[in-house]
Design a protein around this ligand. Structure first.
Ligand code: GRF
Length: 227
């Protein structure tokens, strides 16, 4: 089987991008990142991509008259690369329906909350303010409504009495770096599919997200390529 092609969209630090780069390097993912696209020139993720010899593109959204034309500029970079999966990794722009339809079933995102809780921003502070005992992150396919597509996997992270939004965010981020490569792997191996509006894992409907907690994944075990 040939390597899967990935394109990663970022706006910032790119630590999730790094987790994908690392998973490829240590052979947990049989894939190649064909390009990293950032809407921000200052995104540190661009530097991470360069270090890994990945093609980078800055597409500055402020240079486009509207969302549609910005998204079209991204499509013109992405389409020739024929990616199996387009990965949003801290990409901070709302995508047009046109873009989402174009990559439907192969567009994935990670969001720092246990969706459907806390869509949008400030999720860590909201979890603390609401005295949640458990917070976390979710990987989901992208649908038209923000942070609302079907959830594949969630990482549960306990909220400590002493947590600030920053301390909680940093523990959630570490969990993100585990679950995002897992979900990407299930997709590129063809085990996870999103057809019409149905998620399937190994041919069975996935009606509840997989849960990663205490360093274990419920309902599924991954095997390494080299085993
Ligand atoms: C992560 O918390 C992710 O869930 C959210 O944006 C953040 C990106 O972090 N969508 P990084 O750029 O991958 O370090």
């Amino acid at each position: 089987m040939s390597k899967a092609s990935l394109v990663v969209l970022i706006s910032g630090s790119g630590s999730n991008l790094q987790a994908v780069i690392d998973a490829i390097e240590n052979k947990a993912l049989d894939a190649e990142i064909k390009a990293v696209i950032s809407n921000k020139r200052s995104a540190f993720g661009i530097e991470r991509a360069r270090q890994a010899n990945i093609d980078t593109h800055i597409i500055d959204h402020t240079q486009y008259p509207d969302r549609q034309s910005f998204d079209q500029a991204m499509i013109e970079i992405i389409d020739p690369l024929q990616p199996d999966l387009v990965i949003l990794a801290g990409f901070m722009r709302i995508l047009s329906d046109m873009f989402i339809d174009h990559y439907w079933h192969r567009l994935i995102n990670i969001h720092p909350s246990l969706l459907p809780k806390y869509k949008g921003l400030n999720t860590h502070q909201l979890a603390i303010d609401n005295k949640d005992k458990i917070h976390g992150a979710s990987v989901h396919y992208v649908s038209h409504e923000l942070d609302s597509g079907p959830v594949v996997i969630q990482a549960e992270v306990p909220v400590l009495d002493t947590d600030t939004a920053e301390s909680l965010a940093s523990r959630v981020l570490k969990a993100e770096h585990v679950i995002y490569p897992m979900a990407i792997r299930m997709h590129i191996e063809g085990r996870l599919t999103y057809n019409r509006d149905q998620l399937n894992l190994d041919g069975q409907p996935l009606t509840e997200p997989l849960i990663w907690k205490n360093a274990q994944l419920s309902g599924y075990t991954t095997t390494r390529h080299d085993e």
